[in-house]
Write a protein that binds this ligand. Structure first.
Ligand code: AMP
Ligand code: MG
Length: 417
């Protein structure tokens, strides 16, 4: 990050594409190295520090997939029905039984170890009992309804990669291996400031020309979802000197400084000058709408990102600049956002060479195909446009026109954070 300015364009220079921004971030940010050991109950959302290889096969032993009767597949003849005497019973958790006699069946239950010699299980629904014998219908393939040891994951297999952001199913896998704890990177610490003379915190008294600060709470919530430890540093006034001293006072104590507002080039946008006075800064004129410039830099060794003030611009640039930065700092594998194809139920014109995000709701259209319905208004200040929609349609740089019925890519809010 220290050399960020070398290969970035200054404000007013060429636009930077979202892709370029993300690759610069990924290349420049160094992940936190500290490792913590956490219990499985605290592991969800954490970033795995070291690869986990399977210490045992899953399942650990060959077992029945159903409730029924275990037999030797080789005993099955090409007959419409065969009746086998039932010799023995094995339930889940019980020790495997001795060899099944040829031409015999063993009563077995789901999850019970296969008796020695048996390799096939008839489902109880498919058989009937007749005087201590089980009547087996024809047509079952030898090996049916059995789960082989290691068929899910063989022992030694690389099961969870370092950098994985653990999900509930990943935690389940660690538990299935018998692990009680996992090694994860420490959470990254992020300071969040809002900037603007017009802002007051919820709970404070609001002047006639003031508004309650909403971005800070949105950004903090998104950071928490990304697994960050967040420091709420309140609202800074539109004043270069106080901005500079506030930024300087936190630099070096945490992993990322995030601000919102004051990064345009208006007379009252002082974040740029403040950062330049205590660190180094570049303004990225990102080719993204809603957007506006995003400031990036470094203050006393700590990466800094200044997002625009308009709530929707703040949200969208968070997703494309802050999210990849946080993942890189946290040591997580970058999670590429994969838009889902849906049918546009709207027309839209856009500029070439700029990526645009359209706020939409999904509905089921003709033939059950998902359709994206555009939110009727476009202002970057409309919080309702984020609250009342399901996600964003991503329109790539090359697109200039969307016509109703065209396939477009949808990103649900849940997938973005
Ligand atoms: P700025 O980027 O500072 O020029 O602000 C652009 C617009 O976003 C202005 O209308 C601000 O009042 C509004 N704004 C800036 N910061 C916030 C915030 N933290 N919460 C809500 N609105 C904001
Ligand atoms: Mg402002």
């Amino acid at each position: 990050m220290a050399q960020l300015s070398d290969d970035c364009f200054a404000f007013g220079g060429p636009m930077m594409s979202v892709g370029e921004a993300v690759s610069i971030i990924a290349a420049r940010v160094t992940a936190v190295q500290d490792i913590e050991t956490v219990s499985l109950t605290a592991a969800d959302g954490r970033i795995l520090a070291k690869e986990i290889s399977a210490p045992l096969p899953l399942p650990p032993f060959t077992n029945s997939a159903v409730d029924g009767y275990a037999v030797r597949g080789g005993d099955l003849a090409q007959l419409e029905e065969q009746a086998f005497p039932v010799a023995g019973r094995v339930q889940a958790g019980a020790a495997a039984q001795g060899p099944v006699e040829p031409g015999h069946a063993v009563r077995i239950f789901t999850g019970a170890p296969m008796p020695q010699g048996a390799d096939t299980v008839f489902m109880q629904e498919d058989v009937r009992l007749d005087q201590g014998r089980v009547v087996l219908p024809a047509g079952l393939k030898p090996g049916a309804n059995v789960r082989m040891a290691g068929e899910d994951i063989p022992a030694g297999h690389s099961a969870l990669a370092a950098g994985q952001r653990l999900r509930p199913q990943d935690v389940a896998l660690a538990a299935a291996f018998g692990l009680t704890h996992v090694e994860v990177r420490r959470r990254i610490r992020v300071a969040v400031f809002s900037t603007g003379d017009e802002l007051v915190s919820p709970g404070a008294s609001r002047g006639a020309a003031q508004l309650f600060d909403s971005n800070r709470f949105m950004l903090m919530a998104m950071l928490v979802r990304l697994g960050c430890e967040v420091s709420d540093l309140g609202i800074l006034r539109d004043d270069r000197v106080s901005l500079a001293s506030a930024l300087k006072s936190v630099a070096g104590t945490l992993d990322l400084i995030l601000t919102t507002g004051g990064v345009s080039t208006g007379e009252e946008d002082h974040v740029k000058a403040a950062v330049e006075s205590v660190g180094t800064l570049v303004l990225w004129r990102m080719a993204i709408k809603p957007g506006r410039p995003v400031a990036m830099g470094i203050i006393g060794g700590t990466p800094f990102i200044g997002l625009p003030g308009n709530p929707v611009a703040s949200f969208v640039t968070f997703v494309h600049v802050v999210r990849p930065t946080v993942l890189a700092l946290a040591g997580a594998t970058q999670q590429h956002l994969i838009p889902m194809p849906v049918r546009a139920a709207f027309a839209y014109k856009k500029k070439i060479a700029r990526r645009e995000y359209v706020r939409v709701n999904l509905r089921k259209g003709e033939n059950g195909v998902l359709e994206a319905v555009k939110f009727p208004r476009e202002g970057a200040g409309l919080l309702s446009s984020l609250v009342d929609t399901d996600g964003l349609v991503e329109l790539g740089e090359q697109i200039t026109l969307v016509e109703p019925g065209q396939t477009v890519g949808f990103l649900g809010y849940a997938s973005l954070i």
